[in-house]
Design a protein around this ligand. Structure first.
Ligand code: GLP
Length: 241
């Protein structure tokens, strides 16, 4: 895995945006895998700015988000659908039909997940997958476990993830207990994985992720098996490396 250590969060966001923009310039019909959480907000702000200032063109770009809470309506401000429109899609010229996010209102989660995997497989996987990491090493919502799932699936959130994500909700009780998430198959379908990690609270999981132990108890450590991963960290997150 290639590592790029940046001075701080702003630099990390700019470097990440340059990566994504270069991909779109080289291949205007890029299939982008996208992530939510606090970390990619700076990247999305930079991309929106590049669209405004330099006409970075998203008209042919196709996106697949990693995950969505379940159940959750799209109008809920905490849904990942709302997050993506609010932070990125409303500020760029992407077509609505090119945006894919697992449907948090689907009556049948299993069918929804199978259809999501099929759409992604039909298009040939992602060209570039943006990833964050949970404090417990989760990627998407693939939580630490004895085994990880290949397919997109409905999953239960761990207590530590519910506690970490409670900061976005009025009370911890409002955090949905389930989510629909890409499995390792869809994540690994990416030609390139761009992982963004910021903050001292991620330093110990980052150390584990880069250690010689590849374990489903730290899902991010599995990325060592992918041939093309670029990890962009700030100095705080890289502190223990
Ligand atoms: C959520 C998302 C993950 C994300 C993680 C870290 O749980 N499902 O995809 O990586 O949050 O978020 P943050 O960047 O806010 O630390």
């Amino acid at each position: 895995m290639k590592r790029i250590v940046c001075k701080n969060y702003d630099e990390l966001s700019r470097v990440a945006a340059t990566y994504v923009a270069r991909q779109i310039w080289e291949k205007p019909d890029t299939v982008l895998g996208l992530a939510t959480g606090g970390t990619p907000i700076g990247l999305y702000a930079n991309l929106a700015e590049m669209h405004r200032q330099n006409d970075l063109d998203f008209s042919k770009v196709v996106t697949f988000n990693l995950d969505e809470y379940y159940p959750i309506p799209k109008e809920n401000r905490q849904s990942y659908d709302f997050f993506m429109w609010d932070n990125l899609f409303s500020h760029i010229n992407i077509s609505k039909e090119n945006v894919h996010i697992p449907d948090g209102t689907a009556p049948d989660a299993e069918l929804e997940c199978a259809a999501y995997d099929k759409m992604l497989a039909d298009i040939g996987g992602t060209d570039l997958q943006v990833l964050g990491i949970g404090v417990n090493g989760h990627i998407g919502f693939n939580e630490p476990a004895d085994y990880l799932e290949f397919s997109t699936h409905k999953t239960s959130l761990t207590e530590s993830t519910i506690a970490a994500n409670a900061r976005f909700f009025a009370t911890p009780d409002e955090v949905p207990r389930h989510a629909l998430t890409m499995g390792l198959g869809a994540i690994f379908s990416a030609k390139t994985i761009l992982m963004l990690i910021s903050g001292e609270n991620k330093a110990s999981v980052v150390k584990e992720m880069f250690s010689d132990r590849i374990t489903p108890q730290n899902p991010a450590s599995m990325l060592q098996l992918h041939p093309n991963v670029v990890v962009i960290l700030d100095q705080a997150a890289a502190k223990l490396l």
